[in-house]
Ligand binder design. Sequence first.
Ligand code: PAF
Length: 280
Amino acid sequence: MKIIETLSEMQAHSRADGKGCVLVPTMGALHRGHLELIRVARERAGSGGEVAVSIFVNPLQFEPGADLEKYPRPRQQDEEACRAAGVTVLFRPTANEMYFADRSVFVEETKLSNGLCGASRPGHFRGVCTVVTKLFNLLQPDAAVFGEKDYQQLAIVRRLVRDLNFAIEIIAVPTVRDADGLALSSRNQYLSTSERTEATVLFRTLQRSKEHVQHGETSPEKLVSLARQMTAETKGARVEYISIVDGATLEPVKQVRANAVMLLAVFIGKTRLIDNLRLA
Ligand code: PAF
């Protein structure tokens, strides 16, 4: 596995290689969810194909005062995980390497980014779009793999690729969950033992909502209200949002039909967790 830490070396490698790669962009602290993204990338790349993982905790997508400093960075462990998973290139730049101090160009999506997580995290998706664009330029992938857990991010990245004409296939990978349904996330490690139990309320709420739909409920207002009641029963849970949107446009739906997705963001103690489920 080749480890690259500078932009110039990354660009030289992409140019010299010239055969493209499948990219898995991450912020590190790799867990089974990331390993599944890498597995899918390896499958897409085929034998002998290049699988690149980027590990970069992107300061642009953290709001001031958010958890940038305490975001986990298990460097050695991540490196070993990549090696064991068959990654061929690990791109691991520093923030100083990645951004000029006087940077003045950003990439912004202006429609899908406004609601849901974007409403409470101003600038977050601008940070994501900017870094993903830079990674696409630096690594020149044929395909890039993203998890469905970050559903809004996935929709925005697809729009970015469409609107900026990147010839890159975006591959979506279903959310990987623990046995009790909790979606894997690097932030789960902030949870105490009791919070870890409380955190199961996210998936239980999504599943219960899906059951209501299966029993004929189609009103988004009713479903959201029932979902809020359910989370309120968990002591440590504070809902940031629960929304039912069209899976492609992220617009709120008037009635739950085939493409409706419930998305939620819930604080368990101080830890903000997100999850989603297709309802119909
Ligand atoms: O999903 C993530 O880990 C990040 O948002 C991403 C796509 C690597 C951009 O920093």
